[in-house]
Design a protein around this ligand. Structure first.
Ligand code: COA
Length: 332
């Protein structure tokens, strides 16, 4: 028996501290004009002091618990697409579990970088459809600003911090909200975006060479990869959904670069008024960027519900994840 899935709630949390492009000119040789024209970014929100990705994730998680009216004890899984924290374990998902009291949930993180939320939706969908779970909380949360080389102008201007949460549950009314999921990975392009973790060999063996924990990116290569491959993968996912491109109301892409979003929009011949972007405010918040963009667009009325939408992300790996969804009224 096919078990239909309801996207019950979605929300986000970002840090209060904002850094503008002009602020960045104090620490690197750049300009507001360069950043705006090459990327569309005007500001980014970043963690300050002892604020953390987990704290943001907890706040986003509490919002979707409240909206979905699902008790924390009823959660079967918490899946956290979280690539950047202060420590490798305990997992971000376990820390969120403790804070919200989800005592019955199994918890784990996944590393699919900026495609993480879509990967988590794919896993969550499979768990519910197989009967292994009824309620799953997804929390994408990253502190990218802590892992940037703030002297490397080619990468540090592109990112911000944020968290996005989504609740998946069984749809009692039979309507399936996740119509198709398409997950890809092409590890041969792994060098395009890398973030080494510090560590060194046992002193009794030959020493190793360990790089610093900073994001390193071949920006041009990422750009070429994405504009070539993403439209093809999106079209394949739409074909799997049973809908036609012109039957889908909104396109909500990962917010990495405005030029990438516009290239995708043109190639898919999507109505520009129905392509969602808030990159100017938040920059690239990794796996949180899609839930932040989606929630904000619903809350501001730019997305009118009910609606269908394509959510599509790409990131280090290289990974690409796309899903075609139905969005019900009241989810944000
Ligand atoms: C990073 C990116 C904005 C760079 O744009 P670009 O047009 O390719 O720019 P280039 O790398 O060719 O750099 C052009 C010039 O600007 C300079 N430059 C780079 N960053 C700069 C900055 N922040 N401010 C001013 N100048 C900068 C470069 O040094 C270069 O100067 P040069 O010609 O004297 O060598 C673009 O490649 C990109 O967005 N790629 C995708 C990245 C991405 O999406 N990553 C996340 C994936 S999840």
């Amino acid at each position: 028996m096919d078990i239909p899935i309801r996207i019950a709630a979605i929300d986000f949390q970002v840090p209060e501290t904002v850094i503008t492009n002009d602020d960045l000119t104090k620490i690197i040789d750049t300009s507001d004009e360069w950043i705006r024209t090459r990327t569309g970014i005007e500001r980014r929100h970043v963690l300050s002091g002892n604020e953390s990705a987990v704290q943001m994730g907890i706040l986003a998680a509490k919002k979707v618990l409240k909206k979905s009216k699902i008790d924390a004890e009823k959660l079967d899984y918490i899946i956290a697409p979280a690539s950047v924290e202060t420590h490798a374990y305990p997992s971000t998902a376990c820390e969120i579990q403790a804070a919200i009291g989800a005592v019955n949930a199994a918890c784990f993180d996944i590393t699919a970088a900026c495609s993480g939320l879509i990967y988590a939706m794919g896993i969550g969908r499979a768990l519910i459809k197989s009967g292994m779970a009824k309620n799953i909380l997804l929390v994408a949360t990253d502190a990218v600003s802590r892992c940037l080389d703030w002297t490397d102008r080619a990468s540090c201007v592109l990112f911000g911090d944020g968290s996005g949460a989504m609740m998946l549950t069984v749809a009692d009314d039979g309507q399936d909200d996740i119509l198709a999921v398409d997950l890809r990975a092409e590890g041969q392009y792994g060098d395009f975006i890398k973030m080494p973790i510090p560590g060194k060999n046992c002193p009794l063996v030959e020493p190793n060479e360990q790089e610093n924990m900073f994001v390193k990116m071949e920006g041009k290569e990422v750009y070429k990869y994405v504009v070539t491959k993403l439209p093809v993968y999106v079209e394949e996912c739409v074909a799997k959904s049973g809908l036609k491109m012109n039957e889908i109301d909104y396109l909500v892409p990962h917010q990495a670069n405005m030029r990438i979003i516009e290239a995708l929009e043109k190639r898919l011949e999507f109505n520009p008024d129905h392509v969602i972007s808030n990159i100017q405010e938040y920059a690239n918040t990794s796996a949180a960027s899609i839930p932040i963009a989606l929630t904000e667009a619903i809350q501001s009325g730019k997305i009118k519900l009910p609606a269908t939408a394509i959510l599509t992300g790409f990131g280090a790996g290289m990974t690409v994840g796309t899903t075609v969804v139905r969005l019900r009224e009241g989810i944000a």
